[in-house]
Design a protein around this ligand. Structure first.
Ligand code: ADP
Length: 159
């Protein structure tokens, strides 16, 4: 069975990577779907976010990275995938994820959302906090891959 793991990944963190590694032990293939049409303002372009994930998962088998636009359920249907994978970090994720999973089920009842939890050492990590910490000059060692930390530093100088 294949699963689609959608998100902004702005940028990818060790939390996302932890989840992907867990997922490929269960699913035959995991497609990481980078959202391009988000209402949220992203720091990196979809192509930049995709390139960083590709680099981060280059040694993992059965993982693909794609950019998608529009509804996750429509994209999953087009690709004949019936599982949407999402990460649950804290209770604070729950309400939003619960609403989204039920909305997606309403939109397409043959697609199920499955949640996985990262290692507790990454359960506090978020792309938003990484960007904030990076903008304040924090050392991101152990939070994002070193090349992501470099790209963040460069990007923050540009904006
Ligand atoms: P979105 O903006 O759609 O939430 P993200 O890129 O932040 O997109 O996250 C994509 C998915 O990865 C979400 O399900 C989110 O809960 C999950 N995720 C984000 N950070 C982590 C983490 N540190 N550990 C596990 N899952 C995570």
């Amino acid at each position: 069975m294949r699963a689609i793991y959608p998100g902004n990944f702005d940028p990818v963190t060790y939390g996302h990577i932890d989840l992907i590694k867990r997922a490929i032990k269960i699913f035959d293939e995991v497609i990481i779907a980078v959202s391009s049409g988000s209402r949220k303002q992203t720091l990196f372009t979809p192509a930049e976010r995709k390139a960083m994930i590709k680099e981060a998962v280059k040694n993992l088998k059965n993982v693909k990275v794609e950019i998608f636009d529009g509804l996750v359920v429509s994209y999953a249907k087009k690709k004949k995938i019936r599982v949407i994978l999402r990460g649950l970090r804290m209770l604070s994720d729950f309400e939003y994820e619960f609403q989204m999973a039920l909305t997606n089920r309403k939109l397409n009842s043959s697609i199920e959302t499955i949640f996985m939890m990262p290692s507790e050492s990454y359960s506090y990590l978020s792309s938003r906090l990484i960007k904030e910490a990076a903008s304040l000059g924090a050392d991101l060692k152990g939070l994002v891959p070193p090349f992501v930390a470099d790209r963040l530093r460069k990007k923050l100088k540009e904006v």
